[in-house]
Design a protein around this ligand. Structure first.
Ligand code: AR6
Length: 231
């Protein structure tokens, strides 16, 4: 809303000075770019049972790298409860590292209702997916596929059949999807993180050397996919 407000204000201003107009349009373009926001859940730390301390280090490190490398785009780590331990760990570590809190922050809410319930417009959301990119199951994957409807399943199939751990795929969300219409989500980035749960495929059996590398790769892949949308 902030960016749209700025934009229409700029448009309403009438000036005969060409140079001034040029400056204004540059300004409004950059505020639109600045409004790109990625909301993402903590990958692998619930159903996939990845250690929260290690995960929070990786989230803060990769987010800091993103901010340093790219001029535009905000990152928001989301979880359902005020009591979320991963949110408080990340919040503490990010403030100790003095990371710019206007570009990376945490938010409590359902990732499928951020605009309507939380007043936070995020044009891109990430999903903690499974390797088959199948709807359902539990956690955030079920929530996102439910909220986005059939349109997301069809659009996902057009982009990929499977994911390998540590990678992600960016799916443009058709405007027919309720998640697009109600929440303003234009892209869903599916991410597959490392799995430490023996009841799920590709369990790493507590190998955190491999696990940390895969989680690091997963966030880098997610943030790079987001960066290409921002551009
Ligand atoms: N909004 C925001 N955050 C959520 C929501 C939501 N609606 N639902 C859950 N979370 P998980 P994983 C948080 O288990 O560990 C699936 O079945 C949750 O509190 O969804 O990567 C897939 O199909 C936690 O912080 O993902 C895979 O098989 C975070 O999202 C498997 O689970 C991730 O929790 C992936 O497991």
């Amino acid at each position: 809303p902030e960016a749209i407000g700025t934009c229409s204000m700029e448009v309403e201003k009438k000036s005969n000075n060409m140079k001034e107009n040029e400056e204004q349009s540059k300004e409004s373009v950059s505020s639109v770019i600045n409004s790109h926001t990625l909301a993402f859940p903590s990958i692998s730390t619930a159903d996939f049972q990845f250690d929260l301390e290690r995960a929070s280090d990786i989230i803060v490190d990769t987010a800091a790298e993103f901010i340093q490398k790219h001029e535009n785009g905000r990152l928001v780590l989301v979880d359902l409860s005020q009591k979320s331990r991963i949110l408080s760990l990340v919040k503490d570590k990010a403030s100790k590292k003095s990371i710019d809190s206007s570009r990376f922050f945490t938010f409590v809410g359902d990732i499928t209702q951020l605009k309507s319930k939380g007043g936070l417009q995020c044009n891109v959301i990430a999903n903690a997916a499974n390797w088959r990119l199948k709807a359902g199951g539990g956690g955030v994957n079920a929530a996102i596929f439910n909220a986005a409807g059939e349109a997301l399943q069809r659009a996902t199939k057009e982009c990929a059949d499977t994911l390998r751990p540590g990678s992600s795929v960016c799916v443009p969300l058709p405007s027919t999807s309720p998640l697009h219409q109600k929440e303003g989500v234009t892209h869903v980035i599916h991410v597959l993180g490392p799995n430490m749960n023996p009841m799920r495929p590709d369990c790493l059996k507590n190998d955190y050397t491999k696990g940390c590398k895969i989680l690091h790769d997963a966030y880098n892949s997610l943030f790079e996919n987001f960066a290409s949308i921002v551009k």
